[in-house]
Design a protein around this ligand. Structure first.
Ligand code: CA
Length: 354
């Protein structure tokens, strides 16, 4: 779809920013692994292999040429209740140089835990839990974790089904939390509340060039949001949601009815027609969405990719070589799985024309 900026914002607000531009064929997709069970996150090791979380509590290894190692490299005891289980994973910024730390975020019977592991000898072993005191629920566990350009570890937490928590200043739920290197590499226990008033943010990344943090957030049946996350910002939940935000920070895009937006990435690799664009996966929407976002943080165009082709999509991640990897989520109890599900898919952003 192409439209003038104002029309685009209106269409986006109506949930209609949806039609692919004529002739803009989406890139060819390769299935690189199949038979997974609710994969949630994928992160690439320096040698080209990747770690993949499966929500029931396993970490799998994707070989650099494709295909999964049969035996999981790690198991995590989780309470895989509803939307919970093993969710986020992130490699330490110094993983390849001075440490082998991997961070996992998961649901237990006593709440959400952020734990540090070491990946050595092909096995993931737990070092210590570095953050707790985050409520878990059968819904809205959020769960994405990622390192920012500031080398701090960001953790997105959901309301866990308790709408009182996101506005409570001292609750760690319904927040973006931020951990300093001293906390995540040390004894843990400390986290800054970076922003609040979130319902269930499941994907985020930083815009190349500006460092702006852009996040997806699930709304209630309607009013999914894309937000620019600022330190100290209040994003309104449960007092407001959708385009009308009053005194709270307003989203830059909303979707009604819900598409259930989850994992997201900016395309940072230079030279493609999508360089600088924001991709996010949708579960209910069963597509990948591409947003063109200006340097001022406004959505200037939207495109829908692969609608209905792969079912529910949990996340999209840019590999170091510029390929985009996508994880399906058809085994999560809300999908219609095929014999191949769940799958890891790969495609390359198209080259910049001319
Ligand atoms: Ca909001």
């Amino acid at each position: 779809m192409t439209c003038r900026p104002l029309a685009c914002v209106v269409l986006a607000a109506l949930g209609l920013g949806a039609l692919p531009a004529a002739g803009a064929a989406a890139p060819r997709v390769t299935t690189v692994a199949r038979g997974l069970s609710v994969p949630w996150e994928i992160a690439f090791l320096p040698d080209g292999r990747a770690l993949v979380t499966e929500r029931p509590g396993r970490v799998r290894l994707l070989r650099s040429g494709g295909g999964l190692q049969r035996r999981p490299v790690g198991r995590v005891r989780v309470s895989a209740n509803g939307e919970g289980g093993l969710l986020g994973l992130a490699l330490d910024p110094r993983f390849g140089r001075s440490n082998r730390f991997v961070y996992l975020y998961y649901t237990t019977a006593s709440g959400m835990k952020l734990a540090r592991y070491r990946f050595r000898g092909g096995r993931l072993r737990r070092d210590r839990v570095i953050l707790g005191r985050i409520a878990a629920g059968p819904i809205h566990d959020s769960g994405r974790i990622a390192f920012g350009p500031d080398e701090r570890l960001y953790v997105a937490t959901g309301d866990a089904g308790d709408e009182r928590l996101p506005q409570r200043p001292r609750s760690r739920n319904g927040k973006f939390l931020r951990l300093s290197p001293g906390s995540y590499r040390g004894r843990g226990g400390r986290a800054e509340i970076f922003s609040r008033g979130h319902r269930n943010p499941q994907g985020f990344d930083w815009q190349p060039g500006t460092g702006r943090l852009v996040s997806t957030e699930h709304g209630p049946e309607t009013n999914d949001e894309v937000n620019v996350i600022r330190r100290g910002g209040n994003y309104g939940w449960p007092l407001v949601d959708g385009p009308r935000h009053g005194r709270f920070v307003a989203p830059i895009a909303t979707y009604s009815p819900s598409v259930a937006p989850s994992g997201a990435t900016f395309v940072s690799r230079r030279g493609s027609a999508w360089t600088g664009d924001y991709l996010f996966a949708t579960l209910v929407g069963e597509h990948i969405r591409r947003l063109e976002i200006s340097r001022r943080g406004r959505v200037i165009d939207q495109h829908v990719l692969y609608r209905g082709r792969f079912g529910r999509v949990r996340t999209v991640v840019e590999a170091p070589n510029g390929a985009i990897y996508a994880l399906t989520s058809n085994q999560d109890g809300r999908g219609d799985p095929t014999a191949a599900d769940d799958r890891i898919l790969r495609f390359r952003p198209p080259r910049r024309p001319g």
